[in-house]
Design a protein around this ligand. Sequence first.
Ligand code: PLP
Length: 419
Amino acid sequence: MAWQLSWIGQDQSTRNAGQPSEVYVNIGQRHQGVKLEAGPDVIYLDHNSTTPVLPEVEEAMRPFAAEIFGNPASAHAMGRKARQALESAREQVADLLQAHADEVVFTSGATEANNLAIFGLAGPAPGRILAAPIEHPSVVEPIRQLEVRGWSVSWGAVDGDGVFVPHQLEPTADLRLACLQLANHETGAIQPVRALAERLAGRVPLHCDAAQAAGKMPVRFHDLGVATLAISAHKFYGPKGIGALVVRRGVRLAPQLFGGHQQRGRRPGTEPVGLAVGLAKALALASAHLDARQQRLTLLRQRFLRVLRIQAAPVVLNGPETGGLLHTLNLSFPGCRADVLLMNLDLAGIACSTGSACSSGSLLPSPVLQAMGVGPDRLHSAMRFSLGFQQTEAEIEEAARRIAAVVRRLRQVPVQDEP
Ligand SMILES: Cc1ncc(COP(=O)(O)O)c(C=O)c1O
């Protein structure tokens, strides 16, 4: 597959002079690129945080800003036209996830979908909830709210690769809800959702946060055996502000918002038609090009790791060596401190992230890596790099060289502990 990188609006010399630029990357014959509005020299390795909207997605959404702007709840022709687009987006999303259209509830993203699922499935009387200790905060925090309401929580265990261990679970009578994500946001480890569902044997509803998995691996809702599943468009080259909760037919889900009859009362509020169309388009593209994107990412991952392992040794991969999300690499650079590294990488034009949460100006170690039993040196020097399928080998190797240079430099500076 031939790749071509075109700098639009400026030539290479002005680009290097530090002027803002736009980047288009084309795959083969068909333009599939994204426009990055980052500074000229920035290499974006933070695709698990968010991705750019693909041009085809932008184009699909455009008519819904000012042309087909009717409220899908209105009975007149303008409203009916909007409703038609909305329902066809819903059908498309359902098809791509192997679900039924009446099971798809549009939300503002995965955070809302996770909250809706957890509070909507929990019901008023407290019980016990089981969850993986590696869940995203948008799952962990609603669970903590349930704890405040009298629920008890069993945080299960993960192995050294960050994969949940379902056989340690005892589905006791008081167990009322379980949560397991499909792929981890920090390590890319794919979780045994189906195995957990089998263990629960339909006695306990299982919610699955598939925000990082959808668009990057096949997601077949009914095969997973879950009650609910959350996705988010901006994680797979769709727009921000739209996601969906897929709710298996027959599952009782209490609404968390009130004030309208939209989406059969499960999530009232005027539906964002253009965003729903964008979500459906992005998911359709991801599904149609899944194999090609995987091939690209396999190559990019290999190149990235090879350069780093030679030029920044020792480098430790946190998470599975194979079998995880291809574009996600959580790497520790013993001898460096993650917050210092992050800042220096930013200065070197590398956009990436630590899995750590910022609290009162200091970085807390990643709960995901802690649950994996990662030792202190690895824990405090871990960075998450998430690659994009449109990136070139040259770009990824350049990123790895820059990272290695920063790591080598920082290793010469003694690590200062927090006072
Ligand atoms: C695993 C996971 N769940 C949920 C979310 C939240 O998604 P959203 O930004 O759509 O609210 C994220 C975003 O980082 C995520 O990685």
